[in-house]
Design a binder for this molecule. Structure first.
Ligand code: IFM
Length: 452
C-alpha cells in the first residue's frame, strides 16, 4: 500500500515569515509590521523586514524546490502587499510578485497551493476593528475575489485560513502574537465567528471569480491526543480529548469549534453550552454561509499528548517521562500524532486530508565541513511519516504532506531563535544551504515514501 501514486509531497512557508521587502513594491503595513516594532514583543528584538528576502530570491528558491523534487509549494499571500489598505485599489507591483512566483513554480513542475491568510492582516483593517468588525467577512471576500481573478488561471489549490486557533488565541486572547490583544470570550467568540463567516464568504468569492475549476480547503491546527494502548477504551478517550472544548477564557485551543461549522455546518454542542451566549445575534443563520462545500481538509500537526481512559472512562492525560524527546521549541516529539490525528479527523470530517504543516525546530548551524547536519530533523520526519503511512494504509484518504518549512525563517514572537527549515538561511548574507534533511527528503519524494 503506502502513499498514493499522486501523493503531494510539499513544503510550506508563509509570506511574512520569508518575504522581507516589508516597505517595498507598494506593500501596505500588516499587523506584524507594527507588532514587531512594539518593544518586548519579539524574543530577540528582531522583525521580518528582510527575513529570507524571498521577494528578491524567487528564481533561486524555486530552483532549490525543483532540486528537492517538490510536487507542491504552499505559500501565503500578504493581503497588505496586494491591497495595501485591505480594501480598495490593488497594488499591481505586489500582484506581479506573486504572479512571478506562481509562474516560476509552474514552469518547474511545482503545483502552487495558495493560502489566503497566514496571519498578515492589513494594519488599516485592524484599525477598523479587524476580526471584531462584522464587516470582516466582506473585506476578506473582496480580497479572495481579487486573488482568484488574478491567479486562478494558474492556481487551482487554495486554503482560506491557516491556524485560525492562533489568529484568535495567540493574537486576540493570549496577546503574544499581533495585534497583541488579551480579550475575553465576550470578544474572542464573535471574532472567531467573523473569521468563520469570512471563510465561507471567501470560498464563495473564490469560486465565483475562478477561471477554471479550483479546489479549496481550510488549514486549522491542534495537538493530537493519542491513546496509551490500542484498547477501545483508550482510543475513545483520545478521540474525546481531540474533540473537547477547553473551559475558561482560553476556549479557542480546540478543533471542533472551528472545523465543525466549516465542515458539518454546526457548532459543537459542548462548546455551545458554554459559549453560545457570546455569539452574535443571528448566528444560526450564518451557518449555511460558513459551511461551504470544501474539496479537502488541511491540518497542521506538530505533536500530541498521550491519553488513557480513567476508571469512569473519562480521558486522563498520561505524563511524559522526564527527559523525553523535545524539539528546540520545547515541543514534545510524538510521532503517533501523525497517525491518530489523521484517523480521528477523517472519521469525523470524511474529507480528503492534507497535512498542511509538520516539522521541527532545531539549533542548526554550519559545520566545519560547510554543511548543515540535522539528523534530528531526519529522524523526526521519518518517524512521523511512518505513522502517516500507517494511516494511509488503513484507509485514511491522505492526499499530501507539506513539511514546515522549506527555509529557516522568522518564527513570529520567537524571532530568528528557531530554525524549522530543510534549507539553512544565513540571514546576514542570504546564502541558502540545503541541510542533510533536504537530501533525505529528496529521496523520500523520489521513492514516493518507499525509502521511509
Ligand atoms: O512557523 C509556524 C507557522 O507559521 C504556523 N504553524 C506553526 C509554525 C511553527 O511554529
Amino acid at each position: 500500500m503506502g502513499f498514493r501514486k499522486d501523493f503531494v509531497w510539499g513544503a510550506a512557508t508563509s509570506s511574512y515569515q520569508v518575504e522581507g521587502a516589508a516597505r517595498e513594491g507598494g506593500k501596505g503595513r500588516n499587523i506584524w509590521d507594527v507588532f514587531c516594532y512594539t518593544p518586548g514583543k519579539i524574543k530577540d528584538g528582531s522583525n521580518a523586514d528582510t527575513a529570507c528576502d524571498s521577494y528578491h530570491h524567487v528564481a533561486e528558491d524555486v530552483a532549490l524546490m525543483k532540486e528537492l523534487g517538490l510536487r507542491a509549494y504552499r505559500f501565503s499571500v500578504d493581503w497588505a502587499r496586494v491591497l495595501p489598505e485591505g480594501t480598495g485599489t490593488p497594488n499591481e507591483e505586489g500582484l506581479a510578485y506573486y504572479s512571478r512566483l506562481i509562474d516560476a513554480l509552474l514552469s518547474s513542475g511545482i503545483t502552487p497551493y495558495l493560502t489566503l491568510y497566514h496571519w498578515e492582516l492589513p494594519q488599516a483593517l485592524q484599525e477598523r476593528g479587524g476580526f471584531l468588525s462584522p464587516d470582516f467577512p466582506d473585506w476578506f471576500a473582496g480580497y479572495a475575489g481579487l486573488v482568484a481573478e488574478r491567479f486562478s488561471d494558474r492556481v487551482t489549490h487554495y486554503f482560506t485560513f491557516n491556524e485560525p486557533q492562533c489568529t484568535i488565541g495567540l493574537g486576540l486572547g493570549d496577546g503574544v502574537h499581533a495585534p497583541g490583544l488579551t480579550l475575553s470570550p465576550q470578544e474572542t467568540v464573535p471574532a472567531a465567528h467573523h473569521l468563520l463567516l469570512a471563510h465561507g464568504a471567501a470560498v464563495q468569492a473564490l469560486r465565483a471569480a475562478a477561471k477554471q475549476p479550483i479546489q479549496i480547503g481550510f488549514a486549522p491546527t491542534s495537538g493530537q491526543p493519542y491513546p496509551l494502548t490500542e484498547s477501545p477504551a483508550d482510543i475513545e478517550a483520545a478521540r474525546r480529548s481531540l474533540f473537547a472544548i477547553p473551559e475558561g477564557r482560553r476556549w479557542y485551543w480546540n478543533v471542533p469549534w472551528f472545523s465543525d461549522p466549516v465542515i458539518l455546518g454546526r457548532y459543537p454542542a459542548e462548546g455551545l453550552a458554554r459559549l453560545e451566549r457570546f455569539l452574535p445575534r443571528g448566528w444560526e443563520q450564518d451557518l449555511a454561509k460558513i459551511c461551504q462545500p470544501l474539496d479537502f481538509y488541511g491540518q497542521n500537526i506538530y505533536n500530541g499528548w498521550c491519553v488513557r481512559a480513567g476508571e469512569d472512562k473519562n480521558p486522563v492525560t498520561v505524563d511524559r517521562k522526564p527527559g523525553s524527546a523535545r524539539t528546540a521549541t520545547g515541543w514534545p516529539v510524538t510521532p503517533k500524532a501523525l497517525y491518530w490525528g489523521p484517523r480521528f479527523l477523517y472519521e469525523r470530517y470524511q474529507k480528503p486530508l492534507y497535512i498542511t504543516e509538520n516539522g521541527i525546530s532545531r539549533c542548526d548551524w554550519v559545520s566545519l565541513d560547510g554543511k548543515v547536519h540535522d539528523p534530528g530533523r531526519i529522524d523526526f520526519t521519518q518517524r512521523y511519516l511512518r505513522e502517516l503511512r500507517r494511516a494511509a494504509d488503513e484507509g485514511v484518504d491522505v492526499r499530501g504532506y507539506f513539511h514546515w518549512s522549506l527555509l529557516d525563517n522568522f518564527e513570529w514572537a520567537d524571532g530568528y531563535t528557531q530554525r524549522f527549515g530543510m534549507i539553512y538561511v544565513d540571514y546576514e548574507t542570504q546564502q541558502r544551504i540545503p541541510k542533510d534533511s533536504f537530501y533525505w527528503y529528496q529521496q523520500v519524494i523520489r521513492t514516493n515514501g518507499a525509502s521511509l
